[in-house]
Design a protein around this ligand. Structure first.
Ligand code: NAD
Length: 208
């Protein structure tokens, strides 16, 4: 199954399944049923079955899933064995918040450093992450095999940063700046808009 076929909502629950399975003693739990997983995590059984079918195929009648195989498959889908390095450009309020957040590693993403044009921001954060001068971007990305660029600079400078990241050989961009970026066809571009997520929630409230 292509990993892109896993729905966003399912993807959000996969780390919880994996954490639960990894907490089990495999010798005593060679097989695991969707019923047991659902009960432990407080999810609906139908939802658990649907999620696990999407990543691992159907469980066997009466036996459920082989626990070790399910762990292997979830690890694969979450990209834990294929960690991709990312960098942040713009170590301001948002850039710093992302840099300090530990949750990306659950999905096989490692933010290795942030860069800022303001050289007075260079240094090591409390969490031990490095902020480097923008002048070191190209050298760092090549040396550390960086694949993802996260843009948290003001909109007026975002395209220029985007072009520099593309020239560094990155493959995907996660853009927070409120502007439309132009990238070559082969580069994956995801535009993030937190206001849009909240607006979507508000719309659902209004329709409830
Ligand atoms: P901020 O002013 O705190 O941080 C911006 C940082 O970018 C500063 O440290 C600045 O020195 C640095 N910078 C400016 N030009 C640069 C350049 N050419 N190269 C490298 N660094 C540069 O701003 P913020 O609140 O962190 O917001 C950052 C961006 O994210 C803005 O574009 C903002 O509109 C956007 N934003 C988007 C969302 C969203 O949901 N998409 C949410 C919040 C903020």
């Amino acid at each position: 199954m292509k990993q892109s076929a896993v729905m966003r909502s399912t993807l959000g629950r996969l780390p919880l399944y994996l954490r639960f399975l990894q907490s089990l003693d495999i010798t005593e739990n060679e097989n695991i049923s969707a019923t047991v997983i659902a009960k432990y995590l407080g999810f609906g059984e139908v939802q658990v079955r649907k999620d696990l079918n999407a990543v691992s195929g159907a469980g066997r009648p009466k036996l459920g899933y082989r626990t070790d195989e399910l762990i292997k498959r979830l690890t694969e889908v979450l990209g834990r064995n294929d960690v991709k390095n990312a960098v942040i450009i713009g170590a301001g309020k948002l850039g710093n918040a992302l840099l300090e957040y530990n949750g990306f590693i659950e999905y096989g993403l490692l933010i290795t450093a942030a860069f800022d044009i303001d050289e007075s921001k260079a240094g090591i954060t409390e969490a031990g992450k490095q902020i480097l001068p923008l002048s070191r971007l190209e050298e760092f990305c090549r040396k550390e095999n960086v694949k993802i660029g996260i843009i948290t600079v003001p909109a007026k400078t975002a395209q220029q940063i985007c072009d520099r990241l593309v020239a560094c050989g990155i493959e995907a961009i996660w853009n927070f700046a409120p502007c439309t970026l132009t990238v070559p066809e082969e580069i994956l571009l995801q535009q993030e808009n937190l206001a849009l997520s909240l607006a979507h929630l508000k719309l659902q409230m209004n329709n409830a």
